[in-house]
Design a protein around this ligand. Structure first.
Ligand code: ADE
Length: 242
């Protein structure tokens, strides 16, 4: 899978995605990330790519032409699916992450300052995505978030498939609490069932606790679940114990 990042600060994104799991996936060429600096397409000796807003208002806006020239360069090896990261986009969730993981080539366009002249985004963007209802100084952190979350869904990036099939958000629930050694820490004991070696019981316990966790921490997600009568009984029994 290939990502092309179009940004005024591509180094910020590269620095973050150089290490750990994504860094290794890049070394193995399971994913490729190439970076395009909008300033390289300014056509101006000073690398200027922004200007003041028509109609007034504070700040500067990135101009159409440098972005478009950069986009044409990205397209030289085929047209990618183009995402513009902005607080006005649809908020990213795991369903969208999974969908994006099915694409071969994604280009992510990052704004900075006040953003980008709307005419060029209207012309080249397939989808506008936000990473949450707050405003960042630029789209770079959003691009990192998309690349990281999508890449880990690509086969071979994580050590085994279980790592992402059982985790939070994959089936609309949160993952049950997890524990490692020591068995007792600050008088807090690991639940007995997790030590008994009976995998069917452990799986059943984890499934119920995942529902309980979702009910407690994300009632909005819990409300969307279609629980069976048996699930309800188990959840309520656990709630009574806690
Ligand atoms: N750029 C600025 N804020 C953003 C956000 N919340 N999501 C995506 N890109 C952004």
């Amino acid at each position: 899978m290939r990502f092309s990042v179009i940004s005024l600060f591509p180094g910020q994104i590269d620095a973050f995605l150089k290490e750990s799991i994504i860094g290794r996936a890049r070394e193995k060429r399971i994913i490729d990330i190439d970076f395009y600096d909008i300033r390289d397409y300014s056509g101006n000796p000073y690398g200027k790519v922004d200007d003041t807003l028509y109609g007034g208002g504070t700040g500067m806006l990135i101009q159409c032409e440098p972005v478009y020239r950069c986009y044409e360069d990205v397209c030289s090896s085929g047209k990618p699916y183009v995402i513009y990261v902005s607080p006005k986009g649809k908020v990213l969730d795991q369903k969208k992450v999974r969908e994006l993981a099915g694409k071969d080539h994604i280009a992510i366009l990052c704004g900075h300052y006040e953003g980008i002249d709307s005419r060029v985004t209207d012309e080249i963007v397939d989808e506008e995505i936000s990473i949450g209802d707050y405003v960042l100084t630029g789209g770079e952190i959003a691009a990192v978030t998309i690349i990281d979350s999508v890449s880990r869904m690509i086969e071979g990036v994580l050590p085994n498939e279980d790592a992402y099939t059982n985790e939070s958000h994959m089936n609309g629930t949160l993952e049950a609490s997890q524990y490692t050694k020591p068995r007792i820490w600050h008088d807090r004991e690991v639940p007995e069932v997790l030590l008994n070696g009976n995998q069917a019981q452990i799986d059943d316990y984890n499934r119920t606790m995942s529902l309980v966790e979702t009910m407690d921490k994300r009632p909005d997600m819990f409300d969307k679940l279609a629980l069976t009568e048996e699930d309800w009984q188990k959840v309520l029994a656990r709630k009574r114990q806690n």
